[in-house]
Design a binder for this molecule. Sequence first.
Ligand SMILES: Cc1cc2nc3c(=O)[nH]c(=O)nc-3n(C[C@H](O)[C@H](O)[C@H](O)COP(=O)(O)O)c2cc1C
Length: 324
Amino acid sequence: MVKQVIKKLLGEKNTDRIRRLKTSIDAAKSTWHNLSTPQSTRDRLNLSQLMSVHMLEKAMVVGNTKYLSAVKYPALIDSVTRLIDMGVPPDDYTVSESIAVIRSALAALPGHEDAKSQLEALVAKYSIPQNFRGGMEVIPSTEILSHTNFDFHAFVSSRRSVRKFKDKIISREVIYDIVRDALYCPSACNRQPFKVYFSEEREKIAKIIKATPDQFITSGFHDCLIVTCDRVLLSPAELDDQEYINGGIFLGYLVLSIHAHGLGSCLCQFLQKDRRQEKVKRSFGISDSEVIVCFVGIGELEDEVSFACSQRRPVETVAISLDS
Ligand SMILES: Cc1cc2nc3c(=O)[nH]c(=O)nc-3n(C[C@H](O)[C@H](O)[C@H](O)COP(=O)(O)O)c2cc1C
């Protein structure tokens, strides 16, 4: 009641502005909290974000030797050591990836002998696995193009949002396969801030489906994923944008991956301003730093599939030439 009166006094536009401001302040507070609490897992992740080793890879690709030479490698290697000291396992993605990239950057530079020895000493001390590729790779374009010789139009246009599935649960192995492929989507600074929550337990799945915002269409769902984006993997300047840009791109790849694995899917958006965000996160043990981007109904196709025609707009109204 009070909220409604305030909303009326301030107007819809200003209420929305205040809500967005509050969300940004909360997110900044949460990021600051994560950065200043050494024990938390989030802090470890934040550190990896601070290290931003991906800049090194980009610099190698564009041949920016000035940037590469100016990097303070000993400090960067110290950050990796700090991660391990804080309890991050030496075979963790962040550690192995950082080591691979730093090593590759150093190999391309003359000198920096101290940093090179420091890095190898760290690898030896903690037996850090060296199974990650880092830095820059060069391959013939023919190798890339050899994979484009298939009917992409037929593939993308045969994916349709499916809202009624066979009564079957998708196995963990299949979900892993689908997500592994979807992870090849681009993400800002290769942060890959997305997460996919799933269950193989009927009761838990029913709970996920019940939490789906669009109850209008879920009666034919028998399995459902929750896709989130972890703000902790974003820099404060990226908050409130990159969750949805990265999350959206990931979702695009995810539905195509589901399609490629012979299954159907339907996205159900979960808006940031949805009041149930916190409640739903709590009920599935999703961390405070994550935002639920979407629910994804998933399942095996029935013998006959009904879907909305969802006619596409004429391409000329979407692809607009800037030439006269
Ligand atoms: C971000 C996003 C949110 C969506 N949310 C819903 C939803 O809540 N309920 C639903 O039935 N479909 C939802 N859809 C599916 C769209 O309605 C569907 O993709 C669109 O009509 C095109 O049809 P197609 O997917 O069959 O090609 C969503 C799609 C996107 C991309």
